[in-house]
Design a protein around this ligand. Structure first.
Ligand code: PLP
Length: 399
């Protein structure tokens, strides 16, 4: 069958592919350590599950408003006020089937064919493809290890053209773990105003912040910025609810209305039961203690992982300020051999490590960063310890 050029231009997700191989090995009985995960290893809290059960028992099982139920949009407003200090009204909020759909809706409603979207690199795997599906052109803006992978206005400037319409910001960042500070964001905000850009600010890891870092949203820099920013967030990571598929967008009402129109013809409302569960996630008085416990656990894992990886000869990584990923530099091993196999790039490194040591990592090329592999520390400390040992054994064998 002849498929559309649109879909033929899209690459399959390397993250999903590695996770599938790791799962297959696990099913065959191997003790696989999966550092590839993009979701927390915590369970969805019971009070959230009970809210979903009640929604079913109460027959809350029909279509809802396309943009999501009003109570949930109100709860999102409160969440955003507390999280980033920006005041939204429910008419500026839209609920979708996960943050991914929120991003796609926004891109689709903003872009005309050929419009350019500035995308900091390394980037989350889905952004380039989402941009292309929405008929835009991704323009990659480098971020550098020496800057802790923080996006700098001076590095964006050379890439702005008269076709540039959108800047994507993702802080805390997947895959680098970088958290943008206020100074950098203020300079970026100036550039945004100067060139009349629209910002899509993906803040899905906003609660995953370590040490003295702070989650700051560019939309909090006054009305001019709020009016040209779409904030993306959701319950997936913060409340360990990736499977429930609830994300949200906050932005100017005109755009939110357009996105609602688009969603009404593509998927309609997000799942009614998941909306009630998300409402409980945002309103339950235990929410902050759940988040704090998880973040403190992730922080300990991160400290152990970073210290122990940096003790392995030939390997290095920066301590991440947020999210739950470490980018491990593996460039030193390019050209070296494991038995008879030569490692030429990050895919070779990941595949040989998985096949021979049963450790799953995501090749950096998936994020536009071939000198690295991404290690997720959404896995128990015991597994991290065992995984680091296996990585150390592996790289010792490379000649
Ligand atoms: N944005 C980033 C940066 C992510 O890493 C992810 C998931 O991995 C998403 C968005 C998607 O979130 P959701 O599962 O709510 O669609």
């Amino acid at each position: 069958m002849n498929l559309s050029q649109k879909i033929l231009n899209i690459s399959p997700s390397l993250t999903l592919e590695i996770n599938e191989s790791a799962k297959e090995m696990k099913n065959k009985g191997y003790n696989v350590l999966n550092f590839g995960s993009g979701e927390t290893d915590y369970k969805t809290p019971d009070y959230i599950k009970f809210a979903a059960i009640s929604a079913i028992e109460d027959d809350f099982t029909k279509y809802t408003a396309v943009e999501g139920i009003k109570e949930l949009r109100e709860a999102v407003c409160e969440f955003l006020e507390e999280d980033i200090g920006v005041s939204y009204s429910p008419s500026e909020i839209m609920i979708s089937n996960g943050a991914k759909q929120s991003i796609f809706n926004a891109l689709y409603c903003i872009l005309n064919p050929g419009d350019e979207v500035l995308l900091p690199k390394p980037y989350w795997i889905s952004y380039p493809e989402l941009i292309r599906l929405a008929t835009g052109i991704p323009v990659f803006v480098p971020t550098y290890e020496k800057d802790n992978f923080r996006l700098k206005a001076k590095n964006i400037k050379p890439f702005v053209t008269n076709k540039t319409k959108v800047l994507i910001i993702n802080s805390p960042n997947n895959p680098t773990g970088s958290v943008y500070n206020e100074n950098d964001l203020r300079e970026i905000a100036e550039l945004v105003l100067e060139h009349d850009l629209i910002v899509i600010s993906d803040e899905i890891y906003g609660k995953f912040i370590y040490d003295k870092n702070q989650h700051i949203s560019i939309s909090s820099f006054g009305n001019d910025l709020k009016e040209r920013t779409v904030v993306i967030n959701g319950v997936s990571k913060t409340f360990s609810m990736t499977g429930w598929r609830v994300g949200f967008s906050a932005g100017p009402e005109r755009l939110i209305n357009a996105m609602t129109n688009f969603q009404s013809h593509s998927t309609s409302n997000p799942n009614s039961i998941a909306q009630k569960a998300s409402l409980e996630a945002l309103n339950n008085p235990c929410k902050n203690s759940f988040i704090q416990e998880m973040i403190s656990d992730f922080s300990n894992r991160k400290n152990y992982l970073v210290n122990s990886l940096n003790n392995i000869k030939g390997v290095s990584c920066l301590p991440p300020d947020g999210a739950f990923y470490v980018l491990m530099k593996i460039k030193n091993f390019f050209g070296k051999k494991f038995n008879s196999e030569t490692i030429k790039n990050s895919v070779d490194f990941s595949k040989i490590l998985l096949t021979n040591y049963k450790v799953a990592t995501i090749p950096g090329v998936a994020f536009g960063a071939d000198d690295y592999v991404r290690i997720s520390y959404s896995i128990s400390l015991e597994s991290i310890k065992e995984g680091v040992k296996r990585i150390a054994d592996f790289v010792k064998k490379l000649k």
